[in-house]
Write a protein that binds this ligand. Structure first.
Ligand code: AMP
Length: 284
């Protein structure tokens, strides 16, 4: 049985009970529409902690596009039944008022060290301020020992690690590998909005990332980026960016040898749906 915590009072009771007996708390924040990527995070969280909590909250402050927020799938019952197999301890499904009792405006904006200015930050103004706002609030409430996030949202996990460091939050961030569909498309709740044909064509995204990886020592960064932009313009696809960046600073690298941690990140529109993906070209 998974315990359903529907508001902050219920969560506070639960957390204080477990803190008192020094249980290790693991936490996976999600916006619901649970898929295999989330399930993998939840399982790992369950394995590595005494208590495991998954939150389901569609955070309005991280959507820069109202239509995207309105279209976001919401089905708590379905999500909980998908999480059953993970045997996590609890789902925290708060209301907007629980998370933002004083309204959506952020009076305590976290400095994100400029990491929020590039890539997703450039195309989705205000997005990371909203992400930092909700993750900060959730960490204050849940006080987890371990926080589990996906490499799928590479810039997001980099920014959250920066926030944890700069605010001295006593939580260890665990970044988990990207879970993909059979053809290679990274799992995402947005994939449901693709037509069957586009979903098949979207295998192109991972193929492009892998080709960039194969050629990383043979071609210049400029050529790799140009190749990616060209490849991702096939079918009806429209790439927003192909960026090859330092994994810590998120600044574009001029040469693959300029850093020992290099990641290629992309965003592409497919069938009116915005998809992101990435691949680590050089691991720390
Ligand atoms: P979301 O519900 O989309 O906000 O995602 C919640 C968490 O799941 C985030 O930390 C995501 O990075 C992670 N996640 C989403 N998709 C995947 C995936 N395909 N593989 C691994 N983690 C993922």
């Amino acid at each position: 049985m998974i315990l359903l915590l529907e508001n902050v009072d219920q969560l506070n009771d639960f957390i204080s009970r477990h803190k008192k007996i020094k249980n290790r708390i693991g936490f996976v924040p999600t916006m619901g529409a649970i898929h295999r990527g989330h399930i993998k995070l939840a399982k790992r969280c369950k394995e590595e902690n005494d208590i495991s909590i998954v939150s389901i909250f569609v955070n309005p402050t991280q959507f820069n596009n109202k239509a995207d927020l309105d279209k976001y799938p919401r089905n708590l019952e379905d999500d909980i039944s998908k999480l059953m197999s993970t045997r996590i301890s609890a789902v925290f499904a708060p209301s907007e008022y629980d998370i933002y009792p004083r309204g959506l405006k952020d009076d305590n904006k976290v400095n994100l060290g400029g990491l929020d200015e590039y890539m997703e930050g450039a195309f989705r103004p205000g997005h990371f301020a909203g992400v930092a706002q909700v993750v900060k609030r959730l960490l204050d409430l849940v006080q987890p020992d371990n926080l589990y996030m996906g490499q799928k949202d590479f810039q997001q996990s980099t920014i959250i690690q920066y926030m944890i460091n700069s605010l001295n939050i006593p939580t260890n961030l665990v970044v988990c590998p990207i879970i993909r569909e059979v053809g290679g498309l990274a799992m995402s709740s947005r994939n449901e909005r693709l037509s069957p044909d586009t979903r098949k064509d979207a295998a192109l995204i991972y193929k492009t990332l892998k080709t960039i990886d194969l050629n990383k020592n043979k071609k210049s960064i400029a050529d790799l980026v140009a190749y990616g932009m060209r490849k991702l313009s096939q079918y009806e696809f429209k790439p927003e960016y192909v960026s090859i960046v330092d994994g810590n600073t998120l600044m574009p690298v001029d040469n693959i040898n300029d850093s020992d941690y290099v990641v290629v990140c992309i965003a592409v529109w497919a069938d009116g749906v915005r998809l992101i993906d990435n691949l680590i070209l050089k691991q720390r």
